[in-house]
Every structure is written in C-alpha cells, then in structure tokens.
Design a protein around this ligand. Structure first.
Ligand SMILES: [Mg+2]
Length: 368
C-alpha cells in the first residue's frame, strides 16, 4: 500500500441554512432559503443556499428566487450573512488544519485534507472521519459529509454519496466498481456540452467510457479525451494546492499499534525532529517555538510548546526541546497513537521563497 494517498473531501451540509437554523431554533425543521429578496415572487436574484426541507420542494441553489417562491411559498427567506458564514468557515478550517498538515480549501464550506500521515489505512480513515464529524458537530453545531479516497477526484464524488451527515470511502480495490455505474457528468471537466456530445455517441456511464468502444471515441476528444480516459480509470495525481504562507514546519507519525514504550516514543520523536530540521534548512527558515503534539489512543490530543529566546534551527535544538516537552507532559499510563513535532514563529533567513512547507507527505512517512 505504500504510496497510496488518503484524501478527505469534506463538504459541510447546507452550510448557510444550517448556520441559520442552528442560531435560530424557530427555523429548525422548516424550509429555509438564503438568497436575494424574493419580492413576493417578483425578485430577480437567485437562491444562494437552501435547507434540506426546502430541497424537498424542488428548490436548489442558483435557481431564480422567483421560482423558489412559487414552488415553496411557505419557506423562510433570508438575506445572506456572509460575515457570519465566513467566521464559521474559518473556525472549521482551523479544525481541519489541526488534523492535517495539508489542507486545500475549495470554497467556504469545502476542503480537501491529505490524511496520508494522520491515519494508518482506509479503516482508520473511516473511524477518524466519524470522530472529526462528531467534533465539528460538538464545537460548531453543524454536520458535514466526508468522502475518502486515494485522490481528489474520487474523494469529491464520494462526499456526495451519503449526504447529508455521511461518510463514504472508495477503497483502492473498489475504484472501478464505484466509478463504472456513474453518469459521465460526474467526471471532472465534463460539462453539459461534452456530456451531450458523448451521450449522442452512446456513452452514458463511466463504465462505457472504459470499454474499447468508449476508448475509441475518446481519441476524437484530443487532450480532454486523454484526461477523461484516466479519470474513468480513477487516476488523478493532482496534488493538494495549499496557498497559505507557511507558519510552521512539522512532521507527525501515527503508530501502527498504540504504544507507551518509552524507547520507541523517544526514537520516533528524534526522527521527527531530524525531518523538521531538514525541512527548515531546505527553506532557509528558523523558528522560535517548538511544539509537541500527542494523540492518545482514545484520540484526545494535546499540544505543548516551548518558546526560546534564540532561534531554533538545528535538529539538536529541536530534539532537546521536544524531548523535554515530551518527558514533562506525557501521561505515562496512557498509550500514544500519534506523535508530532513542529517549529513555528518562523523567521526567514533569506528571502521568502513562497514554497509550501507542507508539500505532499513523503512516502517514507506512511505506515501501513
Ligand atoms: Mg456544502
């Protein structure tokens, strides 16, 4: 399995209207539509978002608000409170960044998370997804759906499969069974034009695209055809695009078996410190704060940090500090699931390279 990525696509369920329903209990269970003013059916704007109760009436986002008014006259119509939605989004993204070093925000309520380092395998990824969903619900009062797969393309389709409030994993050996029955419109890059062109050639499903006849047809689509042929086989090597400027450099390790073996823990910590130092050097960075992260077997996570007066950059510095932190804060009765070290309060030695400090996880970090 080495080299297989594990990507989450997390999509908040009916984000805007769920926030409104959370904040105003009288809206719960009712059709709620966020968008422009319906003006008694004469409004000219569109629906920005609608609750699941409104969707039952055929309301959908981007629909003309006048039409929504006609099909669902009993709905509560609200103007958007973008500031509030953005603030909720920021808090949720902060949770994502806590669980994954590599997060690609797609929109205000969606993100890809590279979980390759944070989980052991697909079973673990599924368990952790439920944990994460529970946490988001507990802290933010909102539900999310999670798609899990080896790449962004599959994870994005998967998050839609059990919406709302669901988790769906496309295991590597089930990719073809998952894709084949899907309509071709599910393929990345297939808009209405390509869809009808392919439909007219007798291609309705991804499975048909994979057959020799479908492959033949794709040769007429040039570059796009090559891409579609790959997607139809579930291949998508696009990395996560993380725009954030680096604020910290870190590595973490998830143990195949939870452990409280002091020697193993210290040795792992040491190796992580070496990697962090290498990464800092590679980017010409120094930091002042060393942070230790411990996740216990029951998934409770603690972070403890130490700020030093002198800049930290060598592995000796990092290892000395992280070892002290570990020995001071580890509850020795408890087994550890994950250990991590990061250095933050970064100062640039030369000029800002703008390079992401968290590119794709090294395959060497994967434990299966
Ligand atoms: Mg959403």
């Amino acid at each position: 399995m080495t080299g297989t990525r594990i990507i989450y696509h997390i999509d908040m369920d009916a984000f805007y209207t769920s926030i409104e329903q959370r904040d105003n209990p009288s809206l719960r269970g009712r059709p709620v539509i966020v968008g422009s003013d319906p003006m008694q059916g004469k409004g000219r704007g569109v629906v920005a978002a609608c609750s699941y109760e409104a969707r039952k009436f055929g309301v959908h986002s981007a629909q003309p608000i006048s039409q929504a008014w006609r099909v669902c006259p009993g709905a509560v119509f609200l103007r958007p409170s973008m500031g509030k939605y953005q603030e909720n989004s920021r808090r949720i993204q902060a949770i994502f960044r806590e669980v994954s070093p590599s997060v690609e925000p797609l929109s205000i309520d969606e993100a890809f998370l590279d979980m390759s380092d944070a989980v052991l395998n697909f079973d673990d990824a599924i368990r952790f997804a439920y944990k994460l969903k529970r946490r988001i619900h507990k802290e933010e009062g909102l539900t999310a759906s999670v798609g899990i797969a080896a790449n962004k393309f599959l994870a994005k389709i998967a998050s839609d499969m059990r919406k709302p409030n669901g988790v769906y994993a496309v295991r590597p050996d089930k990719i073809q069974a998952f894709l084949d029955p899907l309509p071709i419109a599910k393929l990345w890059g297939v808009g209405p034009k390509t869809e009808s062109r392919l439909n007219n050639l007798g291609i309705d499903t991804v499975g048909q695209l994979r057959e020799p006849g479908g492959q033949e047809i794709l040769t007429k689509f040039g570059r796009q055809g090559k891409l579609l042929a790959q997607l139809a086989r579930g291949i998508d090597d696009r990395p996560l695009v993380t725009y954030r400027n680096p604020k910290s450099a870190g590595h973490e390790h998830t143990f195949a078996e939870d452990t409280r073996d002091r020697a193993i823990l210290l040795e792992t910590l040491h190796q992580l410190g070496e990697k962090v130092a290498l990464r800092l050097q590679k980017h010409g960075l120094q930091g002042r704060t060393v942070c230790l992260k411990l996740r216990y077997a029951n998934f409770t996570t603690i972070t403890r940090q130490s700020r030093s007066r002198m800049p930290v950059e060598t592995s000796d510095d990092i290892n000395r500090i992280s070892r002290d932190l570990f020995l001071l804060h580890w509850d020795r009765r408890r087994k550890i699931r994950l250990i991590g070290v990061s250095v933050s309060s970064l100062v640039d030695e030369s000029t800002d390279t703008g390079l992401p400090l968290f590119p794709r996880p090294d395959p060497g970090d994967l434990v299966f």
